[in-house]
Structures are given as C-alpha cells and as structure tokens.
Design a protein around this ligand. Sequence first.
Ligand code: PLP
Length: 396
Amino acid sequence: MDLSRHQSFLIGNYAPPAIEIVKGLGSKLWDKEGKEYLDFTSGIAVTNLGHSHPIWVRKVQQQTAQLAHCSNLFSIPEQVRLAERMIQKIGPGKMLFCNSGAEANEALIKLARLHGNGNQSDIPKRKILVAKNGFHGRTIGALSATESPKYRKGFEPLLNDFVFCRLNNTSDFESNIDEETCAVLIESIQGEGGLHVSTDEFLLELQSLCRKHGLLFLLDEVQAGIARTGEFLGYQKSGIQPDAIAMAKGLGGGFPIGAIWANEENASLFTPGSHGTTFGGSPLACSAAHAVLDIIEEEDLINRAQEMGNLLIDGLNRLTTEFPDCIAEVRGRGLMVGLQLKFDPTELIAQLRCNGLLSVGAGGQTLRLLPPLTVTEKEIEQCLIILQACLSKIDS
Ligand code: PLP
C-alpha cells in the first residue's frame, strides 16, 4: 500500500496502517493486493453480522432509494418502530438516537447532570463514579470519564466530575460516594481496557448502592452490546435493570448509529430543546439497525455468540496450557474475548496479520478477538491454528 500518500492527506491521529482493505464478505476481508484475511476484529465490534450480509445490504439499499435523511423536525416511522423494538428487548422506557458510542455516553452524562441538578438540596450533584481501566469515548465528556493517560494526554484539564474506582470492588465505589455524587457509569465488560468482566455479584451490589443513595445506574454497552456476549446486552445475564444505557457499534451493523435507552422516570428529564443531533435516528441509520435486529432474531445470533464463544474460549484455554510462557489468562464472554499475554501484543498482531488473521490489541497486554457473530466453527478452528503457529514461533 502507498503509506506516504495516506500520510500526506490524512491527519495522523491513528497509527500508520499496514494494509489497505477494499472488500469484505462474511468473516473475510481482502486487501488491495487480493490477500484474504479472517476478520476477528469486526471493525471493533461493529460488523456483528459479518461483512455485506445480503439482507442488511438490501435493506440499506432500499431505504437509501426511499428516504435517507429528513431530520428530527419530523416523526420518522423507522425510528419509532426501532425504539419500540429496543424497548421490548431492554425494558419499559424510552429511546434517544445519536451517531456514535461517545455521543451516547455524552447523553448519559447529560442525563446524570439533569438528575443531579434537579435534586432538592443546595449542593450540586455532579460526581459520577466510573471504573478504572474503563473506556467511554474521545469527546471531552466521555474522555473525562476515561482514566487512562494514554487517551487523556494533551487534553487536560478535563471535567473533574469523575471518580475512578476499582472494578468488581463494591466497597471502593461505596467509599467514594458523597453528597455530590449523582451517578455510576460502567461497562458490563471492559473492551478497550482489556476484557475485564463485571461480575454478576458486583453489578447487583452496585445496583443496590445506587438505589440506596439515589444515584443513576448507567451502563455503557457500546462494545459489549447487541448480542456480542451471548445476551442482547452484556449486563442482562446478571439480572440487574439499569436506569439508562448507552449503545452504538453493533447496532447499525456497519452504518453509524448510537442510542440511549432510559427508564420512564429518567427519560422525562430530557425536554424539548434540551438535547439533539442532526443525524441521530435517520431513516437510513434506523433501517440498518432494523436489519441487524431482524438477522439477530432470524439467525439466532445470541445463542450462536454463546456457542461459538465457548468454542473459541475452549480453544484459547488449550493454547494457554500449551504456551504458559506466552499467555497469562483468557478473559471475556461470548464472542468478546481477550488473551492476556505476558508480552506486548504488537508483534504477535503483526505476525497473525501476515498469516491471514486480523485481531486487535487492548489494555494490559491483551490480544482481543471479536469475530462476527456469524462466524463458523471452521473459521474459529482456522483462527486457533494461526494463533498456535504464531505463538510457537514466538515461544521458541
Ligand atoms: N464506550 C465503549 C465501551 C467503547 O468501547 C467505545 C469505543 O471503543 C466507546 C464508548 C466510544 O465509541 P465511539 O468510538 O463510537 O465514539
């Protein structure tokens, strides 16, 4: 690929890429030279149906021909119907649509502000408890909720409303609650932070803590959501019911869309003019999301993510036994899986790519595997064979 041309015209906010992708189908991607790759990144948990799923393609094409955009000045039937479908999957409440994960989290942060500013006492409640190692996006608000200096460097001072607490440590969260605290915001499974799973017990305890102190319980399901972990949303296994939830990534299957769900009480905190976005919930974005929901239902992708995820995790556990000097731990759930390595994963990711497997790094020396939910047994086997070969080379 012509890296110098790439670098001449594009701002260098991403690491220089090694390959140029021009085509995708199912779990496969092809570069400009025609080399085929097994895509275990899914555009970082976006193309959950695989690339160019025919039903998704048809629906997006049809909607483009009918009506792509018209603004929220008007009621959009696809948006109303999408909201209804999402509420059926999540619980009684209401939806608000936007365009990305960071934007969905911004809406949650604004909801927490409305909740905190509406309290009866004179003290403004603006503090939100978040987890160390979490990641919520790159806008100033979402970045303020993200602890890692890797993302914050150069942008400080950020909002000082966020208190970073240890994941799966309820007493750390509890000890940081004071009269200014208004909400808790966490991921059910930390993606960027290194595939750390919030335990069911911790989520239930956090929920009780929020109820006891009148805090909003906010979940960031941007990466773990939309069937990826073997539940429609990652937290649903634990039996909790948050007050509001951020979603994006997999919801559009490759077309940008973000969303929040809020329970009835908190949804009403937003009033006409209090929040908005030009593109959020356009007919085209909502049609893409309808296709995603249709295919998840028709192809039973929630169960499939569980089944294929178990297969992948079993195989990775076998590799952990075979390469104890390379792999420290396998973490994750469903098809959101990470291998904690005993070395920086950059070289392994490059070797896997040369051997036809695309993967992505995550915090704490973690190699992240996010295949499409339509991945086949054979493709998982292929992934394990490539990983085994590359680990053998590194191990020797
Ligand atoms: N929240 C989580 C949990 C994420 O993983 C991400 C992106 O990786 C975001 C928010 C930000 O989403 P976006 O990149 O769409 O703004």
